[in-house]
Design a protein. Structure first.
Length: 367
C-alpha cells in the first residue's frame, strides 16, 4: 500500500508555510495554491523524502502533469496550470536548499529541471480573450432570476451586490450586514472581518450600474433584518441550511446565521443564473473586468478614473490597466478601424481626448 504522508516532509512543510505567510507575506489563497502543488508532487513521488529529490523526479512530475486531466473540465490540464505548479515547486526547493538537513543533499542544478520547454512556457503565458459580461447582460440576468424563496432572494442579491461593488468573492463570502451602508451606498471592506486581498481595508462606493441592483440589495438587507431578525454582525449572505427530506436526502430548507466557508457556492450561483438565460458562464471575478470597461466609457478625466480605480481596491490607476488586460481586443479592433480610415483633421472630441491623456500622464508622473 502506497504511503500517504511523510513525517519529515510534514515538518519542513510546516516551516515553509510559516515562511510564505510571515516572511513573504503571501495571502492565504496564494499559500494554499503552493501547498496544493507540493501535495501533487508528493503524490507523484509516493511521498518520497524531499532530501532524496533528484532531477529525474522533476522531469517525471512535469510529464505526469502535462498528461493529467482536470477533475473539473475533464480535459488535459492547461499549460498555465502546469507552469504555476512547477514554479511553486521551484520556489519550494530553492527554500529547501537553504535549510539544515537539505543543503548538502539537494543539488541546486536539479531544481532547474522543473522548467517547462520554451514552447509550453509561451503557450502558458499567452493572454487569452476574456469572457466579460456587459452591464446589460447582468441586468437581463437579474430581471430573469426568481425571488419567491429566501434562497432565491439571496442568490439574486448576491449577483446584484457583486456588480455594484466589484468585490472579490472571498470578501463577499465574509461580508457582514454592518459593512453595508445603503444610505451612503457603500461597502466598508474592513480587513478585521472581511477577507480582502493583502488584508487591505478600504471603502467601495456602489458603481453606477442602474437602479435594479441597488433595489435588490436594499430589499434583501431589509428582509434579513425585518423578517428573519438578523443583526448587524450576521452574514450578508448566509449559508444554506440543509435537512433530510422524507427520502432521507439532503435538501435546502432555509438559511443559517453562518458565513460560507469558501467561494464555491458563489461561483455555482453565477453559473446557474447565466445558464438559465442562455448566456455563457461569467465568473464572479469577471465582473471586475466589466466595471473596468464601464469606467473606460464613463470616466472623462484622469481624476475620475483614479477614483474609479481606487473603488476597485487598486492603489494605482495602472493596476486597473495591467491587471485587466493591455489594450483589450475590442478596443484594439476599434483603434485599428480608425487607423484604416483616411487621415482627417483632428476633431474637437479627439483633441480633448488627447489633452486628457496628457493630463493623465502628468498625474501619473507625480505619484
Amino acid at each position: 500500500m502506497m504511503k500517504k504522508s511523510n513525517a519529515n516532509n510534514a515538518r519542513i512543510l510546516y516551516e515553509y508555510n510559516k515562511y510564505l505567510v510571515d516572511a513573504k507575506r503571501q495571502d492565504q489563497s496564494t499559500v494554499d495554491g503552493a501547498m496544493k502543488s507540493i501535495d501533487r508532487f508528493e503524490e507523484y513521488t509516493g511521498y518520497l523524502d524531499f532530501n532524496k529529490f533528484r532531477a529525474k523526479h522533476a522531469i517525471g512530475f512535469k510529464k505526469d502533469l502535462l498528461a493529467q486531466k482536470s477533475t473539473v473540465t475533464g480535459e488535459v490540464l492547461s499549460k498555465a496550470t502546469v507552469l504555476t505548479a512547477t514554479r511553486h515547486l521551484k520556489m519550494f526547493f530553492h527554500f529547501l536548499v537553504t535549510q539544515k538537513g537539505y543543503r548538502a543533499k539537494i543539488n541546486y542544478s536539479d531544481i532547474e529541471y522543473f522548467n517547462l520547454s520554451e514552447k509550453d512556457t509561451r503557450i502558458a503565458n499567452t493572454k487569452r480573450k476574456r469572457n466579460v459580461a456587459k452591464i446589460e447582460q447582468v441586468i437581463q440576468t437579474l430581471e430573469a432570476m426568481p425571488s419567491s424563496t429566501e434562497i432565491e432572494m439571496r442568490e439574486r442579491a448576491l449577483i446584484a451586490f457583486i456588480i455594484l461593488t466589484g468585490a472579490r468573492d472571498s470578501a463577499v463570502a465574509s461580508a457582514k450586514i454592518k459593512h453595508i451602508d445603503i444610505e451612503e451606498q457603500s461597502f466598508y471592506q474592513d480587513a478585521r472581518d472581511v477577507n480582502t486581498k493583502y488584508s487591505k481595508t478600504f471603502t467601495t462606493y456602489f458603481f453606477p450600474v442602474g437602479e435594479l441592483p441597488t433595489k435588490i440589495l436594499t430589499d434583501w438587507i431589509g428582509y434579513l433584518i425585518n423578517e428573519l431578525g438578523y443583526k448587524q454582525n450576521d452574514p450578508l449572505f448566509p449559508k444554506t441550511k440543509l435537512a433530510h427530506n422524507k427520502n432521507q436526502q439532503f435538501e435546502a430548507v432555509g438559511l443559517l446565521k453562518e458565513h460560507w466557508s469558501n467561494a464555491t457556492p458563489i461561483r455555482k450561483v453565477f453559473k446557474q443564473a447565466f445558464e438559465a438565460v442562455g448566456l455563457p458562464y461569467f465568473n464572479p471575478h469577471s465582473f471586475r473586468n466589466t466595471l473596468v470597461r464601464l469606467g473606460e466609457n464613463l470616466c472623462l478625466t484622469p481624476e475620475e478614473f483614479k477614483a474609479w480605480s481606487q473603488n476597485l481596491g487598486h492603489e494605482s490607476v495602472l493596476t486597473s490597466f495591467y491587471s485587466y488586460g493591455n489594450v483589450p481586443d475590442y478596443k484594439q479592433a476599434e483603434l485599428l478601424r480608425k487607423l484604416a480610415k483616411p487621415a482627417e483633421s483632428i476633431s474637437p472630441d479627439m483633441e480633448e481626448q488627447f489633452n486628457q491623456f496628457q493630463a493623465f500622464q502628468r498625474m501619473m508622473a507625480q505619484q
